[in-house]
Design a protein around this ligand. Structure first.
Ligand code: HEM
Length: 245
């Protein structure tokens, strides 16, 4: 009998875990975009959303640990699948991919996924230090009107001001952060788009009949993510007044 260990360490098992963790990450990113869109409603709307999230108490920690697990699993299985496919890639394999309607630039695409994925990993570390763990390394949000004290686990009560300061024209690094975030969001959109259709190709859904629809759906989802996240830093920079303004 085949054991779980054999299934999970097999080529197909790794691809399935990679696909499942990708679905988890995409679901989180869409939920995060939904929550972040309350920034467009102003300070009260976003801080209210943050308060509701943190009212989950210990459940929020459970979800956060689950999320770390999903991202780690995705990174590890992505590296394993890429290493394996570059070992076993052959003319026959490429030929079979294109006969299934898959792309002939498979090597380029998988390299691109690894590079854009590494960019997203660096982004995520910077992002968490900035927004999630800010109270670990500073006791104030910013300068001037943003010189608001943040005390330990109450940091989330001023989350709107934290995001606002990051992308404010008054912040000496405001323009840099707007450009950095907007650039990363384009990578996110392409990574998600390619990830969605390559996952469907892995499970054999990419036949001639479904191909156009799947490409279209992946493009729409990737664009929705990129455009939604892309707009937020610009909106904060252009339209959000300083606290009390
Ligand atoms: C304009 C874009 C974004 C803004 C304004 C934003 C804002 C925020 C804020 C304010 C938090 C802190 C939430 C809290 O402590 O309750 C946060 C957490 C987080 N963000 Fe973002 N985010 C953006 C894009 C992204 C993207 C693209 C990703 C992933 C690819 C991401 C991943 C995360 C993660 C993993 C957390 C930690 C969640 C938690 O611990 O509850 N964010 N973000």
């Amino acid at each position: 009998m085949v054991s779980w260990k054999q299934v999970l360490t097999s080529s197909v098992g790794k691809k399935i875990l990679n696909g499942l963790s990708a679905i988890g990450a995409v679901l989180f990113v869409f939920a995060h975009l939904g929550g972040n869109l309350t920034l467009l409603g102003g300070q009260a709307a976003f801080n209210d959303y943050a308060a509701k999230l943190h009212a989950l108490g210990p459940l929020l920690y459970v979800l956060e640990f689950g999320l770390i697990g999903v991202f780690l699993l995705h990174i590890v299985t992505s590296l394993a699948v890429t290493a394996e496919s570059s070992d076993t890639r052959s003319t026959d394999y490429e030929a079979s991919q294109s006969s299934k309607g898959g792309p002939s630039n498979y090597g380029f695409a998988s390299n691109y996924m690894i590079i854009s994925g590494l960019f997203l990993l660096v982004f995520m570390i910077v992002h968490l230090v900035q927004f999630r763990f800010r109270h670990w390394w500073t006791d104030t949000i910013g300068q001037g009107a943003w010189d608001i004290g943040i005390t330990g686990s109450d940091y989330y009560k001023h989350l709107y001001a934290t995001v606002d300061w990051t992308f404010a024209p008054a912040n000496p690094l405001g323009e840099f952060w707007v450009l950095f975030y907007c650039g990363v969001m384009l990578f996110l959109g392409f990574h998600a788009r390619h990830g969605i259709w390559s996952m469907l190709q892995t499970v054999g859904a990419m036949n001639k009949r479904w191909k156009t629809g799947i490409y279209g759906a992946a493009l729409v989802l990737g664009l929705a993510l990129a455009v939604g996240f892309f707009w937020l830093p610009i909106h904060m920079y252009v339209f959000s007044p300083p606290p009390g303004g």
